[in-house]
Design a protein around this ligand. Sequence first.
Ligand code: ZN
Length: 219
Amino acid sequence: MSTLELLYDRKIYELWSWEPQQAVHQKARHQTARILPTRLTPRGNVRVAYLGPRDEEPDSLVVTKLARDNEVPALEREYRVYMDRLQHLQGSVVPICYGLYRGKVQGEKFACMLLEYYRHLMTYSIEERNFQIMRATWKLHEAGILHGSIDSMHHIVCSTAGVRIIDFSDVVDNHRCVGVIQGPHLSYPNGLAPSKTGCPELVLVDKIYGPTDLLYQRP
Ligand SMILES: [Zn+2]
């Protein structure tokens, strides 16, 4: 059993986990996370924390995603997606997941998922970002995940290490992707703009982040 002592909001939360997979990423089985005041989401449930072995001053930055009471099942679902479907994409397309810890605080369920720390700083061009978003979406679909909200930049992190897709509590996790089907060019009067059908999310992502339409490109 692994434990996590969470120092949050001037309180100490004792959480634990039985997941054997955690050993892959963990340096120690008994750790302390000290949550910093900065919120990464308006609701304040995603925070940056310092993580380290218990009884030492924690000094590794991680992202914590917190859930209380009726929010816990959604966080558990998201954790399962990270571990069952996205294990091979952690650290490239999605953040590395270091584990999920659960506990009870004053009779109320509480859970905390630890994720790779990412700094929001784009060191590449918009074109490169768009290409990475499209590539990441294709990788998710190959893994059977239809995200459902990639049209919103709230679920895309542009970090120094590259683009990461986040938030998997409400995804379709048994997606059988048909890819994008290039439509007949002749259906357009000028024959320049191909219509595309197929997987709705891939078509949408291609429309939003794909290269500019031929009609608007310089000859
Ligand atoms: Zn698809």
